[in-house]
Design a binder for this molecule. Sequence first.
Ligand code: ZN
Length: 373
Amino acid sequence: MTGLILTDLHVHLYGCLRPVDVWELGRDSWKNRVERLEAYAGRLELCAGTRPPWPDYWRTSTGVETLAENYLCTRAMRFEEFEARFALAIALFPVSHERDDLRVLRRVMETHRAEGRRHVEYRYVYPPRTPLTTNYTIKEHLDGVCEIMRLFAAESSGTFEPRLAMSLSRNPVEALTQYANLKAWQAATPEDTRKYLTAIDFSGYEETTDVMTLEPVCRQIHADNASHPRHALALLIHAGETMEKGSVEQAVARVMGAVNLGAHRVGHAVALGFSPEARRHVATRSSCVIESCITSNLIVAGVPDATSHPVREFVAEGLSICLATDDPGIFATDARKEYQVAETILGRDTCARVNARSPDFRSEVLSGRLRAM
Ligand SMILES: [Zn+2]
């Protein structure tokens, strides 16, 4: 009996959809999404060279295989191509009054509970403005998501705890507005619904923005956490994941920037593999936790093979680590496979010890909220 990642603190909701999920959930609604699917096809064609034959996904007997070929990311690729493949799920299941997103959430939670996961923090992009979201409010969105989580947790009788991390824009002005809207929602929402939102995340492509521009919103988050600990939100920042356009030094600087902004956890930080000084600093001068998503890093972060993944150094040098699956559906991995990969790198005992610590790194623990309850 091998282990599995019981507490998964870094997953993106839509990236948890497997090809069969996308196919089944999209079967009845794809005809209403033609315009968005055309945009997805154009985007993928631009970076992969061939146009995905999306109408075949539901019109031919081998449609689900064709969908999988154009959706799954199972070899090393540029971040841009990964995002273009991911765009299929976004095109099909927009956040809107129709609540396709809630069908996605329920399906993903069912899969994760069946795998044996116990606690999962789902990152969810702050709803973008689109023609479909006219009059759609953040209150409607958060109420809907948290209510599904509450019902699902109740029907799981304590065996599965979902949590929500909202992924905000990397544009600092937009981020401040979005954050203010989340705080207003918290203030107006009862505890049994509000409790599911536990973190703020900054994700997406990191190389075209300066992480330090997020300083005002990060400062506000820490100030609010201190004055209102029962509403505290953990600060999560993806940093040092990709080094496609810039140098290793710049990627290390982004990680250190996120650490200096007081991130409770940093996503990936693969760049730290190249800098023993930076690792030492994080290990001894901060309480920042690194989220290691090994399969994801092999596919989009340029790590050539599992044995070269820096997680071994991270653990050996005393950094706090949690193992996570990132986008397991699109990377064709799951909580068990990912644990096995980690075990081959870390060894059985170390891997078990690292995995057992993950509950200490949950957002509601790191933000101080649980202590205040
Ligand atoms: Zn991620």
